[in-house]
Design a protein around this ligand. Structure first.
Ligand SMILES: Nc1ncnc2c1ncn2[C@@H]1O[C@H](COP(=O)(O)OP(=O)(O)O)[C@@H](O)[C@H]1O
Ligand SMILES: [Mg+2]
Length: 190
């Protein structure tokens, strides 16, 4: 498993299946800056995973934190198909993240996993990859998270189901109004 910045590997730790997400050296960056950025992003992601869990959003538990890598719980499962139920659940999870002022930064189906982990039976949606996330109470930042998922969902029924779930957030009206502004800006920009 390899992303733009990190390499993910599986391992067992104390009998548990884990994933190690390690941020790799970027040779084109000056060494000191590279170390600082990788360290900050690693700590930032671990902090957001922890905060998201406290906010009641299912996500991998952080088991170990090193300077440039996070060892987290492996979620057995797959990328959700984003039917209406899953789209609505994706909206409810984002509502909880935003109520805690957590901005995901890349909220798409590729960063969700439908997994049995942590549930008694059946599959539940989990959020992963807080690598681009940060804390903010800005309406614009929240609108961009909503916009990112809406664009990925494509079909109107799925978008509506996602928005229905997102309405659980108390400031949903302000955010959804801003989403319409973001959509206009994107349309005029192309
Ligand atoms: N905790 C996890 N359990 C199972 N699979 C995971 C876990 N974390 C990441 N993955 C898998 O690895 C891929 C890349 O991880 P991600 O954190 O999204 O990194 P990137 O920043 O490179 O997108 C994910 O799309 C998912 O398939
Ligand atoms: Mg990802």
């Amino acid at each position: 498993m390899r992303g733009a910045e990190a390499i993910l590997t599986r391992k067992r730790l104390l009998g548990r299946e884990c994933v190690v997400k390690a941020r790799m050296v970027k040779g084109y960056r000056e060494k000191e800056l590279d170390c600082r950025l990788r360290g900050e992003r690693t700590r930032g992601e671990a902090r957001l995973l922890h905060k998201a869990k406290l906010a009641g959003v299912p996500c991998p538990a952080v088991l170990e934190l090193d300077e440039f890598s996070i060892t987290m719980e492996f979620l057995e499962g797959e990328r959700p198909e984003m039917g209406l139920g899953e789209s609505c659940e994706a909206g409810r999870m984002l509502a909880k993240l935003h109520a805690a002022d957590i901005i995901h930064g890349d909220y798409t189906p590729a960063n969700l996993i439908a997994s049995r982990a942590g549930t008694g039976s059946g599959k539940a949606m989990h959020v992963i990859d807080f690598g681009l996330g940060y804390i903010s109470n800005d309406v614009e930042d929240k609108a961009v998270d909503v916009f990112t998922m809406l664009r990925a969902l494509e079909k109107k029924e799925k978008k509506d189901a996602f928005i229905e779930g997102y309405r659980a957030y108390e400031k949903e009206k302000a955010v959804l109004a801003r989403v319409r502004d973001v959509e206009k800006r994107v349309r005029y920009a192309v």
